[in-house]
Ligand binder design. Structure first.
Ligand code: XMP
Length: 517
């Protein structure tokens, strides 16, 4: 397995994902990892990430000295290369001009890392690579026993390799897809240079997770809050396979789900798979608590607290439960760890089921803790979950509660559910569901005039939203074809009494958010 030392780059997670895509397990740890932890991890190789700081500044992060005393193959990327150079006796200088974006590098000299990897060739037979650069500082003098193995005009030492040790530094970023041969370069490092085997496949991940769950929980009973979202569904399928009847799921239907969603969850898990699922139909309770409330944050709080209350009530009825399963995934773990050490730049608190009854004193089992979202999806398919469920768009915890602007009412939810179902159905039919990251309808409680046949109509407004995004932190509104929007609009207005107008949201994030509330 591969250790990735994080120097704070926004691409660190991407390095870990790329390495795993090659079939090798990798984990991210902070750059100031102790020698003890390093030896305990026993990596087959270490990748040093990029980072926002400057090696030329005093007190900036350094790799642990013991890294250069062991026998580990090392690959420094960007800042990782610069700190390697500085720590091993080379030189790094800042420059006035930073290089950002596409660059073409010439490979020079023989190196195991880049041998035979190229996008083009020069007239002289040198290799050329199309890469992505993002740096201000650069290595200006090689450390002892290193040679330069790639360069550009503005960055003469774009890659370096040690003469006898398997140590490499590259100034460009192999983890981003703009570096066309990036995956091959990472594969070369982890498979050929570090000698790892490509064993990290969905089937193996499932097998491993099942064995670990069995070992952890033994003969005890496990409780899981099933939401119908990807993560909790995959946990349910996995635990069911691992421990069968020792698993009980609680599914809270808060009345703010999509059309037929509650029935679909029950059909898939309880009926088809034979998972024990307790369904709590709590629409009345949720709507009662939400009556008269129109502030978005207030609504979120009420929905969250009511969920915990209902979940606890149901859970307390089940006897002999010792474990609570959660769908925590690797990015949540990294973010929480980052929040503790102050190293991650994007920090968010992740919300899972909390506030369990005190007398339950449950221990946590989190079988997806080491997996990225794409890996969770792959093992979902491996476990036999349907494609549409595994690749569905994210749906917020408060559900339609934040898509009905202002006060939530049953009648509004009914209209919104039907409008949303038409929209999603047409998106799928046109092949646009997969091309967008999140799409949904929003209910606007304002009335607008329309005319149907000879009759005047004075009804509500539905807004359609579709965005493209990678991380949901920023997003672009999706440029859906006019014909598709036209069809959706016609169907919604014609098929749903209560709607007289449909609009399309053309706001990006920022400044708008993805949800309307
Ligand atoms: P925004 O609206 O903040 O949404 O741009 C970013 C992503 O987060 C989802 N979202 C939520 N998810 N509880 C959740 O579980 C919430 O309260 C919540 N608010 C927004 C949103 O759907 C989008 O994917």
């Amino acid at each position: 397995r591969i250790l990735i030392l994080d120097f704070g780059s926004q691409y660190t997670q991407l390095i870990a994902r790329r390495v795993r895509e090659v079939g090798v397990y990798s984990e991210i740890r902070a750059w100031d990892i102790s020698e003890e932890e390093l030896r305990e991890f026993a990596p087959s190789g270490v990748i040093l990430s990029g980072g926002p700081e400057s090696v030329t500044e005093e007190g900036s992060p350094r790799a642990p000295a013991c890294l250069f005393e062991g026998n580990w193959p090392l690959l420094g990327i960007c800042y990782g290369m610069q700190t390697m150079a500085a720590q091993l006796g080379g030189e790094v200088q800042g420059s006035d001009t930073s290089e950002f974006g596409y660059a073409q590098i010439r490979t020079a000299g023989e190196t195991a890392l880049l041998h035979d990897i190229r996008d083009h060739m020069t007239d002289h037979g040198d290799g050329l690579l199309d890469v992505w650069m993002s740096h201000g500082d650069k290595v200006t003098a090689l450390p002892k026993d290193f040679s330069c193995v790639a360069s550009t005009d503005s960055c003469p030492i774009a890659a370096m390799a040690h003469g006898s040790q398997p140590w490499f530094g590259i100034q460009f970023h192999p983890e981003v897809t703009h570096t066309l041969q990036g995956t091959r370069i990472l594969e070369r490092f982890v498979i050929e240079i570090c000698g790892c085997e490509a064993l990290w496949t969905p089937a193996r991940i499932v097998e491993d997770a099942i064995a670990r769950v069995r070992e952890t929980v033994g003969g005890d009973h496990v409780l899981l809050g099933l939401s119908g979202g990807v993560d909790s569904s995959v946990v349910a399928a996995l635990l069911h396979k691992a421990i069968g009847d020792q698993l009980t799921c609680v599914f809270v239907d808060n009345g703010l789900l999509r059309l037929h969603e509650g029935d679909q969850v029950m059909e898939m898990f309880a009926r088809n798979m034979g998972v024990k699922v307790i369904r709590s139909d709590s629409e009345a309770l949720f709507l009662d608590r939400l009556a008269g409330v129109s502030d978005p944050e207030e609504k979120r709080k009420i929905i969250g607290n009511t969920f915990i209350e209902v979940f606890d009530e149901e859970a307390a009825k089940i006897e002999g439960v010792r474990w609570l399963a959660q769908g925590t995934i690797y990015p949540d773990v990294i973010e929480s760890a980052g929040a503790k050490t102050g190293k991650a730049h994007v920090i968010k608190s992740h919300h899972n089921v909390g506030g369990l009854p005190e007398d339950m004193a449950l221990e946590l089992v989190e079988p997806l803790r080491e997996l990225f979202k794409d890996e969770v999806r792959k093992i979902g398919l491996e476990l036999g979950l349907p494609h549409d469920m595994v690749f569905r768009h994210p749906f917020p915890g408060p559900g339609l509660g934040v898509r009905i602007l202002g006060e939530v009412k049953h009648a509004y939810a009914e209209i919104l559910r039907r409008a949303d179902a038409i929209y999603i159905e047409e998106l799928r039919a046109a092949g646009w569901y997969e091309k967008t990251s999140q799409a949904f309808a929003v209910f606007l409680p304002v009335k607008s005039v329309g005319v149907v046949g000879d009759a005047r109509r004075y009804e509500y407004v539905i807004a359609l939203r579709a965005v493209e995004t990678v991380d949901f932190m920023t997003a672009r509104w999706a440029h859906l074809p006019y014909e598709l929007l036209e069809k959706v609009s016609n169907r919604i207005i014609n098929e749903i009494t209560g709607v007289s107008r449909v609009t399309y949201d053309v706001s990006s994030k920022p400044p708008a958010t993805i949800e309307w509330e």
